[in-house]
Design a protein around this ligand. Structure first.
Ligand code: ATP
Ligand code: MG
Length: 228
C-alpha cells in the first residue's frame, strides 16, 4: 500500500476538546502549506453518516455491544474506501476526529467486547493502514462530561447516556493504549487552559516526520485564533 499523506487521529472522551483541536490542527497544517482533509468517525461521508445515525440514536430498539462494534467497522470501511484512502493517496493530511482507538476504548473497555476480535476486524477493514500520529486528549471524566454538557441541553445519544464508570473505563483504556504505543499516541493534558493545550498540540505537530519545518511566517506555539 502506498499512502502519501499523513494520517492524524484525535481521541478522548466526550468534551475532551477533539473538535476544538481538529480545527487547530487544520489551521496549523494550512499555515505550513499542507492540504488537510478534516473528518470524523463514526461517519465522515454521506453514507457513513447514515450508519452514525443508527449507532448513536437513542431509539426504541436495542443494539448489543457486538452489533454496535460491527456498525462502527461498517462505517469505518465506507469512510476508508470513499474518503480517507483517496485523500491520503492524493497526498492530503487526513485529520480524523476518532478512529479505531475509540472502538478499542468504547466498545472494548467500555462495553466489554473482546479485544482480539476488535483487532481482527481492524485488520480486515484497515489492512495495514494505521494513523501516523494520534493525539489523545486526556482529562478527568467529570470535567469532560461537564464541558460536553455545557454545550448541549441534555444527553442526546447512546454514549452520552452512559454513567461515569463507563467513561472511567474508556479513559483508562485510552491511557493504556498510549502506554503501549508511545511513538504513535501522544497524551495531551486536556484539562489545561486552551492556550496550554494548543501549545502541547503544536509541539507534537512540529516533531512530525514529513512535515515541513520553519515555513510559516508566524507560529511559535502562539494560540491560534488571535488574528481570527
Ligand atoms: N482546554 C479547554 N479549556 C476550556 N474549555 C475547553 C477546553 N477544550 C475544550 N473546551 C470547551 O469544551 C467544550 C467541548 O469541546 P469540544 O467540542 O472540542 O470537545 P469534543 O471532544 O469534540 O466533544 P464531543 O466528544 O462531545 O464531540 C467546548 O465548548 C470547548 O470550547
Ligand atoms: Mg466533538
Amino acid at each position: 500500500m502506498s499512502t502519501k499523506g499523513l494520517f492524524i487521529t484525535l481521541e478522548g472522551i466526550e468534551g475532551a476538546g477533539k473538535s476544538t483541536v481538529a480545527r487547530w490542527v487544520g489551521e496549523w497544517l494550512g499555515r505550513h502549506q499542507i492540504r488537510a482533509t478534516l473528518t470524523r468517525e463514526p461517519g465522515g461521508t454521506p453514507l457513513a453518516e447514515r450508519v452514525r445515525q443508527i449507532v448513536l440514536e437513542l431509539g426504541a430498539e436495542g443494539l448489543s455491544p457486538t452489533t454496535e462494534t460491527l456498525l462502527m467497522f461498517a462505517a469505518r470501511g465506507i469512510h476508508l474506501e470513499n474518503l480517507i484512502r483517496p485523500a491520503l493517496e492524493r497526498g492530503d493530511c487526513v485529520v480524523c476526529d476518532r478512529f479505531t482507538d475509540a472502538t478499542r476504548a468504547y466498545q472494548g473497555a467500555g462495553r466489554g467486547v473482546d479485544a482480539a476480535w476488535i483487532e481482527s476486524l481492524a485488520r480486515q477493514v484497515q489492512g495495514s493502514l494505521q494513523p501516523d500520529c494520534t493525539l489523545l486528549l486526556d482529562l478527568p471524566v467529570p470535567m469532560g462530561l461537564e464541558r460536553a454538557k455545557s454545550r448541549r441541553a441534555a444527553a442526546t445519544d447512546r454514549f452520552e447516556a452512559e454513567a461515569q464508570a463507563f467513561f472511567e473505563r474508556v479513559r483508562a483504556a485510552y491511557l493504556e493504549l498510549a502506554r503501549r504505543e508511545p511513538q504513535r499516541i501522544h497524551v495531551i493534558d486536556a484539562s489545561a487552559p486552551l492556550r496550554r493545550v494548543e501549545r502541547q498540540v503544536t509541539a507534537v505537530l512540529e516533531r512530525l516526520p514529513g512535515v515541513a519545518r520553519g515555513t510559516p511566517s508566524r507560529d511559535g506555539g502562539s494560540a491560534g485564533g488571535e488574528t481570527a
